[in-house]
Design a protein around this ligand. Structure first.
Ligand SMILES: Nc1ncnc2c1ncn2[C@@H]1O[C@H](COP(=O)(O)OP(=O)(O)OP(=O)(O)O)[C@@H](O)[C@H]1O
Length: 251
């Protein structure tokens, strides 16, 4: 279990995250949702260990990781731009991290992951020959072969169109279930957060606005920010679609 206790972070004297306390159970999928500038990426970076925590504690399985450097935490991230090596093919990208740590995943485990992500026919392709969704799956596989204790994903679906988005969402869920992998996802899209996660952490102006299961957020929003920002966005989306149909029907 990952635990954050009273975490605070400021940049240049401005408080960005204030008193963040939460837990993430093993195998849970959590989305961090909030408006632009609310501190989502900062929170992800604090968990990953690339940004220092000012005060508070970060524990994993009871062990204090607050001052433990990133490479010793055993967490791993897929960045928004995938950060793949353009000079290597898909397979060499996936297995890159195993060169220096060959024992982490066996050939069979790599093959199983490739199959799970539907990448068998793309392994020889260079990165530039892959679609956005295929690149995303290669990036996921590359991170997964290293068997992270926690998988962090920064806006994993934002560059993808509707159908591919749904398929990647399903694959993320399958992987989390199959490997009991704790997965933490940053997103600004309420629909994505509510349909992908076991629990959604909504932050606003650096504070936790609500942390709960999707049905709790929808049925029992904690405050007016959630009602207005999150639920209203979904309502507007829905109304836009229905008003379009009404216009077409009366045209
Ligand atoms: N290294 C830094 N130095 C100074 N300020 C920073 C730094 N990183 C982030 N900030 C500031 O912290 C605030 C939160 O940024 P963060 O990237 O965490 O927000 P976000 O919720 O991920 O936003 P977005 O959805 O736009 O990516 C912003 O006001 C940003 O300018």
């Amino acid at each position: 279990m990952l635990e954050l206790k009273n975490i605070k972070k400021a940049f240049d004297g401005t408080t960005i995250l204030n008193d963040i306390t939460l837990d993430v159970q093993d195998g849970e999928i959590i989305s961090i949702l909030g408006p632009s500038g609310s501190g989502k990426t900062t929170l992800l970076n604090l968990i990953l260990g690339i940004t220092d925590i000012d005060s508070g504690k970060l524990l994993y399985d009871g062990q204090d990781l607050t001052r433990v450097p990133m490479e010793k935490r055993g967490f791993n991230i897929v960045f928004q731009d995938y950060a793949l090596f353009p000079n290597l093919n898909a397979y060499d990208n996936i297995t890159y991290g195993l060169k220096n740590n060959p024992g982490i995943s066996s050939k069979e485990e790599v093959a199983e992951l490739i199959e799970l992500l539907g990448l068998e026919e793309h392994l020889e392709k260079r990165i530039e020959q892959l679609s956005g969704g295929q690149k995303q799956r290669v990036a996921l596989a590359r991170t997964m072969v290293m068997k992270p204790k926690i998988l962090l994903l920064d806006e994993p679906l934002s560059a993808l169109d509707g159908v591919i988005k749904e398929s990647i969402k399903d694959r993320i869920k399958t992987i989390a279930r199959e490997y009991n992998l704790t997965t933490i996802i940053v997103t600004h899209d309420p629909e994505e957060a509510l349909t992908l996660s076991d629990r959604v952490l909504i932050i606003n102006e650096g504070k936790i606005s609500q942390y709960g299961r999707p049905e709790e957020i929808i049925n029992e929003p904690n405050n007016s920010f959630i009602r207005e920002f999150i639920l209203n966005q979904l309502e507007i989306k829905r109304n836009n679609i229905f008003s379009l149909f009404r216009c077409e029907a009366t045209a």
